[in-house]
Design a protein around this ligand. Structure first.
Ligand code: SF4
Ligand code: SF4
Length: 351
């Protein structure tokens, strides 16, 4: 189990250009596997184009109380990149004026940003339809100062989306660290106690599953049934939906794939499971990702690979929805993670 980020360890794979080199060379360079561009060209889907903006996903910082093995952000307690209030103010301006109906705050652990609560309070006033915070759950139990987060979320009608890789302690702790399961269960019970996740409640609580190794997620609907049954029977926990997400070969998951000698096999499985129907709805077509320092990306994955949007509007300070609409999406082989099987996005399956 990792205790430090790749950045802190000084690993080569902390560098986005090294990751992109790996994704472009080897089996993709020698023609064993088609590049993503070639693959989507077969069905005339290249270039991938951005449609109308619906979701603004804001990454408020890479600091996290956990150091999960699969993390594509390479987040951890040692990451110091944090969005400032000034950048948040620029984001608020965009939230007020853009046509997006969903605001999605992510990290790291977004709650660790010292201006997180101020930002949520201000953003909630805009009255955006769906206001998501991606909470890793353990942060709620990590320190006394976070214990009231469920109440805070409720006050601002926040939709909580939380990672929960499995309903058993062993599988969860293996991927996310010792003690994560017990803290997550307690946090879910705290959320349920004030109405989150209850069958008829408007306080939305969704869980995110991602595989614990070099394999693709199973069927989202049947996994949701299994999760619901087990969490209810074992802990009395209820939630609304389960999103099954594919791990993309980026940062710590890429490091894991290489270290465990699974990289090529995993890329083969992604390419073999390629589903052209999933391409139409990949999340970059209706989402914009904003980094802690205000730069714009097609998605959180491109943000981590430092692949900026292909548009003259590159920073939140010069946000221009018209210029961004219809832009060509920047792609590489990591995109196969979004188009395998039923597809994958921050809201789970897409096909
Ligand atoms: S996967 Fe989420 S909880 Fe885990 S280290 Fe990354 S940001 Fe933190
Ligand atoms: S990785 Fe990002 S750019 Fe590539 S298909 Fe997925 S959402 Fe789109």
């Amino acid at each position: 189990m990792a205790t430090k980020s790749l950045h802190k360890l000084g690993s080569d794979l902390a560098q986005s250009n090294k990751q992109l080199e790996i994704l472009s060379n080897g089996i993709f360079k020698n023609g064993e596997l088609p590049t993503f561009k070639d693959k989507i060209s077969e069905t005339n889907q290249f270039p991938l184009k951005a449609k109308k903006l619906e979701i603004l996903q804001i990454n408020v910082g890479y600091m996290c109380n956990q150091v999960c093995d699969h993390c594509h952000v390479d987040a951890g307690p040692d990451r110091k990149e944090i969005m400032t209030r000034e950048t948040m103010q620029q984001c608020l301006e965009v939230i007020r004026n853009s046509g997006a109906h969903t605001l999605d705050l992510t990290g790291g652990a977004p709650e660790m940003n010292p201006d997180f609560r101020w930002f949520v309070e201000e953003a909630a006033k805009v009255g955006i339809k769906d206001f998501i915070v991606r909470s890793n759950l353990t942060i709620i139990r990590a320190n006394k100062k976070y214990h009231d987060l469920p109440e805070f979320f409720k006050r601002h009608n926040v939709h909580v989306v939380s990672s929960m890789p499995h309903w058993t302690r062993g599988k969860t702790d293996k991927q996310r660290g010792d003690g994560v399961f017990d803290k997550s269960i307690k946090a879910l019970q705290d959320l349920n106690a004030i109405g989150y996740g209850m069958p008829d409640s408007d306080l939305r609580l969704d869980l995110v599953y991602n595989p614990s190794g070099a394999f693709l997620p199973g069927d989202q609907t049947s996994m949701e049934k299994d999760f619901k049954k087990a969490l209810l029977e074992d802990f009395g926990i209820q939630f609304h939906n389960l999103f099954a997400i594919t791990n993309l070969p980026i940062a710590r998951f890429l490091d894991y794939l290489i270290a465990s000698d699974n990289y090529e096999d995993y890329m083969y499985s992604l390419v073999e499971a390629y589903n052209p129907a999933a391409v139409t709805n990949v999340m970059c077509t209706n989402t914009l990702s904003i980094s802690w320092d205000g730069y714009l990306f097609d998605c959180d994955f491109n943000q981590m690979l430092e692949l900026p949007v292909n548009s003259k509007s590159k920073h939140i300070s010069e946000f221009n929805e018209k210029l961004l609409e219809g832009r060509n999406i920047v792609i590489s082989q990591h995109c196969y993670g979004c188009t395998a099987g039923a597809g994958s996005s921050c809201q789970g399956s897409v096909a």
